[in-house]
Structure formats: structure tokens, C-alpha cells
Design a protein around this ligand. Sequence first.
Ligand code: NAG
Ligand code: NAG
Length: 292
Amino acid sequence: MSCVLIACPLAYPYEKRAVVGHLQHPVVRPGLCICEHSLPPALEKSSGNLGRREAVEQLDSRVKTRIKASGLKLRFCTNETQATREKFVKKLQGLGFDISVAEVTAPAPAACRLLKERGLRPHLLVHDDLIPEFAEIDKTNPNCVVVGDAAENFSYANVNEAFRVLIGLEKPVLISLGRGRYYKETDGLKLDVGAYMKALEYACDVEAEVVGKPAKAFFESALAEMGVPPQQAIMIGDDIVNDVGGAQQCGMRAVQVRTGKYRPCDENHPQVKPDAYVNNLAEAVDVILGQL
Ligand SMILES: *[C@@H]1O[C@H](CO)[C@@H](O)[C@H](O)[C@H]1NC(C)=O
Ligand SMILES: *[C@@H]1O[C@H](CO)[C@@H](O)[C@H](O)[C@H]1NC(C)=O
């Protein structure tokens, strides 16, 4: 084994998880991380999960140090599509996470990879703060539309412009950085990228290609950046479908942690069976290092 993937619901861990009715709705944009923690977001008030301080402690440098010392490669992945990796990393560093930009896989870079591979020139319907991620991409004479969580930038004018570009293409190509329906911030629920993606799909009668978990392209992008084949990678995550199922479909092994959005009924999931369950990240690391 040469690397470990860990789902880390790192993006805005304390703001973007919605609790809808009694259900904890999986709208946080966590991540897949190659290696480090999987420890989510600490829903301080809304669930019985770990508190923020505990979450940070679990993610502390000891885990990372142990992983690095073992020679395993390490990477964090996030579903965040509202800001650049730089911003994401700064935010996490502010929370006490030991993390650098080079260790982060996110939907925007995964989309860039796909755009380059296919010679696509995007019209961007994304948040202004995300635009720098596409700096190296040719955006002249667009032949596709990329939609992310544009938040306030989802104005009628901006959405309509993206619609016009898309419908004007001979073969409309719509790439979406996620498919979340909504998420929660401190001031309430917010429509997520999926709702706008659906609007464009409907208007143009196309199907979007999604490049976030659990899409294969997302996991493959993380692996490609590290130069590791899926058989050599293990994913640690709390989301049975998106983390564990997504990783397994790419040929990786996957461990589910009993923290974060984990619920006991996950253990009877009809489709997805993790390769192992662990109680927390530290235990996941123990198990993985014990098998080297
Ligand atoms: C995007 O939103 C920001 C913040 O509301 C605003 O300042 C900016 O002008 C918007 N950009 C576009 C292209 O709509
Ligand atoms: C991350 O994004 C993917 C693709 O949009 C989505 O399917 C998945 O549910 C997201 N993960 C979470 C936990 O929100």
C-alpha cells in the first residue's frame, strides 16, 4: 500500500452541514483525503458528534506525523467549490489543521484536468473566488459550461448567460463541480450547485458531468496527482456512499469511521460494505499502519 485516502469533511466544517428534520443531511462538502483524518465536522450543537475542539485534536499533527513517517502519501480532498484551495487551506489552518495546498484535491482542479484532457474551453458559472483555479485554462470561444457553487454570483443574468452559451453549442457540454441540493450556513439554508445544475440540464435537455465525490473522476484525479494506482490506496471516510462506495468503485479499499455523518444503519447498507469499520481516525491509522 502506498497511500491512504481519508474523507475529510473539512470544508467549512462547522457551517455547512444541514440538519433537516431528524436527519442529518449529507450536504457538507467534505472531502476525500488521502490520508489524514476523516473526521467531520463536528456538529457542535446539532448532533451528538464530536465537538470542534475534539475534531481538531483528532486531526492533530500526530496522526499526520505517523502517516508521513510510515512513507505513505497523504492528501486531503474536499468538495468545496466556492473558494480556491488557498482559501480553504487558510481556513483550516486557522482551525488548527496542519495542511498545505499541495495536499488538497478539490473539484475545480479535477475539472481543469478533465477540460485539458478533452480540449474543452469553459464558460464559468462559478463563484468569483473560485475563478483563480481556472487561471491556466483557455476560456476563449467557450465550448462548454462549468457550474460550481456560485452563491451570490448565481444572479439571473449570470445563470442566463451560462444557459445561452450552453444552448448555443452544437453539442452542449455541462460540467458541474458538485450536485449538492442545499447546505446550511450560519444564516440558514442555501441552495447549492445541484439546484442550478438541474436548471441548466432542464433548460438545455442535457445531463451534466459531475466532477466531485462520488464521481470516479474525482477519486482518479487524487490518485493521478500522487501517481498511485487504486489498489495501493485506501480511503478513510465517514460517508458510506460517497466516500466508501465511491472509493471502492474506483478499485480502492475503504474504511468507514464511526464518527461524523456515520449512522449505525450504515452497517446494514444494502449496496456498500466497507473493508473495515473503525471508531475514529486514530484507530484507522493504527489499523492501516499495522498492515504495512
Ligand atoms: C459575484 O459576487 C460578488 C459578491 O456579491 C460581487 O461583488 C461580484 O460583482 C459578482 N460577480 C459577478 C460576475 O456577478
Ligand atoms: C460531494 O460532491 C459529490 C458530487 O457532487 C456529491 O455526490 C456528494 O454527495 C458530495 N459529498 C457530500 C458528502 O456532500
